[in-house]
Design a binder for this molecule. Sequence first.
Ligand code: UD1
Ligand code: CA
Length: 454
Amino acid sequence: MKLGIIILAAGQGTRMRSALPKVLHDLAGRPLLQHVIDTALELQPELIALVYGHGGELLCQSLPDAPVVWVEQAERLGTAHAVAQAMEAVAGLDRLLVLYGDVPLIRAETLRHLLDCAEGGLGLLTAELADPGGYGRIVRNDLRHVQRIVEHKDADAEELAIREVNSGIMSLDRAQLQGWLQRIGNDNAQGEYYLTDVVGLAVADGVPVEGVVIADPNEILGVNDRVQLADLERRYQHRAAEGLMRAGVSLRDPARFDLRGRLQAGQDCLIDINVIIEGEVVLGDGVQIGAHCLLKDCQIAAGTQVLPHCVIDQALIGPDCRIGPFARIRPGTELAGHNHIGNFVETKNAQVAEGSKINHLSYIGDSQIGRKVNVGAGTITCNYDGANKHRTRIGDGAFIGSNSALVAPVEIGAGATIGAGSVINKNAPDGELTLTRAKQMTLKGWKRPQKEQK
Ligand code: UD1
Ligand code: CA
């Protein structure tokens, strides 16, 4: 069976009150539309046709690598008209699944179930809602067989009382749909070509129609304004947090956790409140993340503890490190393991070998630091001369005295000691004390100036 997926995304999204097309608004770190495309890809279709309208050029520009066929719906004449625009793109396929760019929480598993139930006929994903207002209603006969869908605006009082609603998501035989689309008119309250009319046509043609009631109605919620967007974000985060906890991650408060990418965590990791995970993050066994940390595209090995208020971005952190509080670990930082990075330390493009410590108030950039090095408080690597970046190398076991400036390119030898307050711009030899420091002196009997008498 050759599956094609049609994603409708030609809506104007006026209620977002935004210059950005609705489906490009961000949910959990990805555009709404990207969520739908990613879910569609899980079903391994032959093709995804994306129907765009208003601001369509922006969609193509924003998702240039999306493996979809872009189909323009120049005029927004209804969902059946939108699907009709995509029929040329899906010619030759057997089965079609219609999804919506603004319904991002739908799961691949649910769609697979719908495809299974609809085999040969027409499958509709429906939901029982306490408040069905606005949705198309599913009209069933006495045998509970689906007869047709009536749109809210076209429904009479009896139909409005129906609580089973149309999600809009459906699975159809492509050839059958092709025929039905010719027969759909726009004689209705909105003057639109309704895709939902295919249901009545299928029943008339004796094609089996399966209404599959969804277990979790959250999955079919759409986004029309920013209030709904924020609401869906919380629902998404709730689901993500629950998934992580069930997989063995402890979250101090699942309501104060945000996943904007993917988190892969070992056993017994503990994440405190207000942690944001972005991109691809991997945590080893027993990693602890303190409150208010941002972790982005990084790997943190087993046993490492990240204390509160740290930002870790594109870094590799080895095992049993202690980072923070208030550390900023920038791209290209590699800590080998058993390292201590303390408060107000910034590292960037720095490879730090095992056991070395940078505990207070430092900037370490473009540097290679050996094993068991102690970088004293306030040490700065002066890596930038205003035009180019240069590297600092520090050998194993070196001790850098506090408040030193290491002017790169420069090398500090193994076992070297740098006296506090030094400005080091020539290489410092192995095993020796190097310092640049004016001699201390005392001016005996010196008096502070006095205020002049008037
Ligand atoms: C539609 C369904 C309704 C269902 C509801 C679920 C129809 C006629 N009605 O109603 O039964 O309960 O969705 O949310 O299908 N779109 C286009 N081009 C168009 C029109 C719509 O791409 O010409 C896209 C929109 O961007 C949107 C989706 O189709 O993503 C649904 O359109 P919308 O106008 O929101 O339909 P509803 O009236 O909500
Ligand atoms: Ca809608």
